[in-house]
Design a protein around this ligand. Sequence first.
Ligand code: AMP
Ligand code: MN
Ligand code: MN
Ligand code: MN
Length: 278
Amino acid sequence: MLNVDLHCHSSISDGVLAPAALAARAKVNGVDIWALTDHDEVGGIAEARAAAAALGLRYVAGVEISVTWAGETVHIVGLHIDETNSALVNGLAATRSGREQRAREIAQQLALAGIPDAFEGALKFADNPDLISRTHFARYIIELGICNNVSEVFSKYLIEGKPGFVPHRWATLRQAVTWIRDAGGIAVVAHPGRYKFSDLAFDEFMNEFKQYGGAAMEVMTGSHTVDQYDYYARIANRYGLMASRGSDFHGPAESRVDLGALPPLPDTVIPVWHDWLP
Ligand code: AMP
Ligand code: MN
Ligand code: MN
Ligand code: MN
């Protein structure tokens, strides 16, 4: 059985490792087909592709786009994209463009909560100044000794209702799916188990995703519990979607699931990679 991992992050977005180091780790971990899916950014793809080729690792160009739907943030992964497509490139640039201002506002709010200089602090952890993420704030707050790990920082400071949360408007669902499709890619709902939608809202979200041409859903992801593996396998089949598998690996000390380490997809679903191999 193929070991396929189609979701992870490099230091081009909020991961810890450079794209080439991720490729090496995927290879060592026994991954057969690998995609790098940085947030709103394709700047790591060239390095990832070259490193994978040198290792004899099958590579798929990917991205994870931040979307606002019904006031909530959802993530849409694009796989097999042409990362030079101008609709995609321009769309991602527009999606990234609000991040610096948002980061300044997060820092102002954290200062009021007793954490000074957080903009500069987060920036220090961001290899790509174009992509300051809440994860970079989390690493700074851990460095200060205020929290012990990333999830503790999120639950105390960075999620809705906490002092450092700043609401933000990302791309629309229609835009994200359309950019991915314009670039020849497959749109995938990332970690569906993380969203706090009612059943009714989730159904509406899925119907819209399908209507715009979305084709797959992550079933095996580092964000899902064991119960959610089977639950989302059934949901994928119910909506006629292919199923994906991706660790969402961000870094050795931070991520629960390593590259290539998830259980295999249940055999009830159609893998998103079912027609990728000759
Ligand atoms: P941003 O795009 O700046 O809003 O940051 C989103 C990123 O923060 C996600 O891709 C995850 O890497 C991380 N993240 C979000 N929620 C949590 C959480 N509860 N615990 C740990 N990391 C999280
Ligand atoms: Mn992330
Ligand atoms: Mn995500
Ligand atoms: Mn991710």
